[in-house]
Write a protein that binds this ligand. Structure first.
Ligand SMILES: [Zn+2]
Length: 313
């Protein structure tokens, strides 16, 4: 498999962010995205198309809020990619998930191309222990004291939460494992990949750890930025820009600004997640992960969960 990717326009590396919409509101969202736009870092922001009926464990504004929707549509016009983060912030039955997909299309003129599971939704797809195979699943269940065994049912055809067919029909990319390495393509050289054991997902991708501001800044530290560039790598950060620690005294966190400004001045390709993945897939062709590659990837992730900078599930 081709390990080094030729990035467009002779760029030396690629960098993007998948922003999980948890906690994002009209108070904390627009300032962050204006900042990214001004830096020329055009990324991916997820949304909840519909407002839930129950009180969420983790909240945030949904596309049913008119001002918020107007703002997200403006982001799309600016070039940001809009992604799905389940229909809403709590578990949805099949009908509600389908309504969420239709609402997404209504709002943005197309179905979502990319999705990340939300931890509080039992309709999440191949999540919990269903992310792992064979012995790795058993190790995961022991590590998590069986808390996530059979908990997520989006891919289970007999369940009222099933929407795997719709995921297959509409969504090209779904996020899976998260690692602390800045070079996501180095730690997961197979991505984007198809997994025959998880057929309702067309292509999986991995991400680099940036669950909160501290983890984000640690992963994209100056030293790590240098290495990403030397390796000609590709970085997909997974974060929650709605988290309070990205702000201090009403401004964006100063460490965050320091590392982002340094990174944005370098000769990188700063495009949304799907654009980056489309390019990698075009360069390498479609990859079907083998059993031994999957085993290696799952092991690395289990090790990361035990010893690495954690935060993202
Ligand atoms: Zn979430």
């Amino acid at each position: 498999m081709k390990t080094r990717i030729n990035w467009p326009h002779g760029k030396r590396f690629a960098f993007t962010v998948f922003d999980d919409t948890d906690h994002t509101t009209m108070q904390n969202g627009p300032g962050m995205y204006q900042y990214l736009f001004d830096l020329g870092v055009i990324t991916t922001k997820s949304v909840w198309p519909i407002k839930g009926e129950h009180v969420p464990k983790i909240g945030g504004t949904t596309c049913e809020h008119a001002d918020y929707l107007r703002w997200v549509c403006r982001l799309k016009e600016q070039g940001f990619e809009i992604a799905l983060h389940n229909a809403t912030y709590h578990t949805s039955k099949r009908e509600q998930t389908i309504a969420g997909l239709e609402q997404f299309k209504e709002c943005f003129g197309e179905y979502p191309k990319i999705h990340a599971n939300h931890a509080d939704c039992a309709d999440s797809i191949y999540w919990g222990d269903a992310r792992l195979s064979g012995m790795n699943r058993l190790i995961y269940n022991v590590l998590t004291r069986f808390a996530n065994r059979g908990k997520f049912l989006g891919h289970v055809e007999s369940s009222e939460l099933f929407w795997g067919d719709k995921c297959k029909e509409h969504i090209k990319y779904v996020r899976n494992f998260v690692f602390s390495d800045i070079n996501t393509l180095r730690i997961c050289p197979y991505m984007p990949y198809f997994d025959e054991e998880r057929p309702f997902v067309n292509n999986w991708f991995a991400s680099s750890e940036g669950a909160d501001c501290r983890a984000f800044c640690q992963t994209i530290s100056e030293t790590n930025q240098d290495r990403l560039e030397e390796e000609g790598g590709g970085c997909i950060m997974y974060t929650h820009f709605g988290r309070a620690d990205f702000y201090e005294d009403g401004l964006l966190n100063s460490d965050f600004r320091r590392v982002m400004e340094r990174l944005s001045r370098r000769d990188g390709w700063f495009v949304p997640v799907s654009t980056l993945l489309d390019h990698v897939q075009k360069e390498r062709g479609r990859h079907v992960i083998s059993a031994s590659e999957r085993n290696r990837l799952e092991r690395k992730w289990l090790i990361h969960r035990v010893f690495g900078t954690r935060g993202t599930t």
